[in-house]
Design a protein around this ligand. Sequence first.
Ligand code: NAI
Length: 413
Amino acid sequence: MESIIRDRSLAKSGQQKIRWVDHYMPTLNAIGDSLKKEQTFRGKTVVVSVHLEAKTAYLATVLSRAGANVVVTGSNPLSTQDDVAAALVEDGLTVYATYGCTEEDYFMYLHQALDHHPEIIIDDGGDLVGLLHTSRQDALENLLGGTEETTTGVNRLHGLDKAGKLRFPMIAANDSYCKYLFDNRYGTGQSTWDGIMRTTNLTVVGKKVVIGGYGWCGRGCAMRAKGLGAHVIVTEVDPIKAIEAVFDGFEVMPMAAAAKVGDIFVTLTGDKDVIRGEHMKEMKDGVLLANAGHFDVEINKPELEALAVRHFAARHNIEGYELPNGHIINLLADGRLVNLAAGDGHPAEIMDLSFAVQALAAKYILENHGTLENHVYVLPHTIDTEIASIKLKSMGYGIDTLSAEQRNYLNLD
Ligand code: NAI
């Protein structure tokens, strides 16, 4: 089946981007070498539905070199990079993804990917899994299982699992230490600010930054905002996370109060309606609203549109909304995850870990599907430590090893 991408002639730029990240992904490279040697995925079809930029393309390439028939699609209409998609097609992979496609086309691409009846899926946010439980149950035919990249997708999987409706085993790749401790915290922390800064070309220093949600992503984003010189305010719904934020040195208050003082708002909760019309009415003139949570539901855009007397393109990827009081509210990247829709996503060194987890999770499914039930699993801790050991070595760090006496003292055996 023919790929659907924007323009195959963009391949050269995409190949350059993939070569660049390859150099900074030593863990995935080491794992990829052994998968290639074993031809682990020979004859298996793997559908990858992850934000289609260079690091994802490199993961797809690693799986392809390990023998898989890899079919790639995006996981958000605004995060696909057309040149990267073209590079993959040039390398013989099948791709269904275009930047800025309609919601309808986005789902059509997912359908087209599922038409390949995969043995393994790599999902990011749960849209692929959603289809496999509704209109595309025909594509369950060969499916052994899959892996899920992000918190929101894992939450959706747990919903299906609790209801006894999950139709195949899924690995919560997000819940491996080598994923969320680094990707959600340090990856989102850096790339969210990269997206905001390159899109606005404004300062962060001296600004009041409001971070909605102090989970793994929120922590990283708050930490980096502080490092950039911002005054950081956190909003939360969980009293324990709120205490953590206070002890980390941040102000904590409800969004209703934060709305009146903030200059830049970033939502990272996985929840909906974190910033609503009632908050927008209270905001200062010229504020920036950005979301880094998986779906574009954290900032209530329909309420913003309903409140506004007019809206206009303020800058590439920024829409300005004028409220009746004359204040302008600037929405970045249409409320979609700002680090990917207005940037290149997480740094390569971070995705080195996340995609090492994904590659080994796919292998785990292949080798263990016979014993796995239709539930959500986390990879064994030994896989996490294997990945961490390769990464640590590649970074030039050594650590101590426990002696037999120490292991015994710690009751580890
Ligand atoms: P998490 O579960 O660790 O943290 C979410 C936090 O938000 C929790 O502390 C929760 O109490 C809080 N929260 C929930 N509703 C809230 C509300 N209405 N107001 C204030 N706080 C609220 O989740 P994690 O891992 O930090 O992920 C957050 C979101 O970011 C998810 O949608 C996830 O899929 C996404 N994500 C995005 C990435 C990116 O590249 N932009 C990377 C990784 C995750």
